[in-house]
Every structure is written in C-alpha cells, then in structure tokens.
Design a protein. Structure first.
Length: 99
C-alpha cells in the first residue's frame, strides 16, 4: 500500500512540475511579455531535469526561458540547479575517517 501511494504521489508531483516548465520560443510572446528574472530562473533551475526529459519528447517545452533579463536569470538558474543537486556541500563531508 505504501509503495503504490508513493508512486501515485511521485506521478502527481511530476505532473505538477511539468506544468511549470519554461515557455516555448515564441517571438510574439517575447515582445509582449516581461522577461523572466532571478526568481523565474531559480524555479527553472530547480525543475531543469524534469524540463529536460519532457523537452526530449515534446517540442513545445523548453528547458531554458529564452525571454530572460540576462545575468540575473542565469544566476537564478544556476543556483536553482545547485539547490536541486545538493551543491558542493556534500563533497566536503568526511567519509570513513575516524578521529
């Protein structure tokens, strides 16, 4: 019972995250909408693995928002991807050493 509940919860989470992927490349949308900033870059960095997998199968999903404001979006994207993958904090953890 617990495995099936976990599977259903994981599928629902994947569905929710995939609905928030980066927008497709649309010139008219880029002209008419405000560019994505730091917070949107942070979000897109967090969902980057999901966006990447989905973008392999659908042409309407992009991993990276083309309509961004530049360096702030890029900083958010990198931080979001770092948060998701644990950053470099795990590398400094002591392993197998006794004091």
């Amino acid at each position: 019972m617990k495995k099936s509940l976990l599977l259903i919860a994981s599928f629902c989470l994947l569905l929710i995250l995939s609905s928030c992927t980066a927008s497709p490349v649309d010139v008219q949308a880029c002209v008419n909408t405000e560019p994505s900033g730091f917070w949107m870059g942070l979000w897109h960095g967090c969902i980057a693995p999901f966006s990447f997998v989905i973008s392999l199968f659908w042409d309407t999903v992009e991993m990276y928002d083309v309509n961004n404001n530049g360096n702030w979006y890029k900083l958010g994207f990198v931080l979001g991807a770092g948060i998701l993958f644990g950053g470099s904090g795990r590398g400094s953890k002591r392993r197998g050493r006794k004091e």
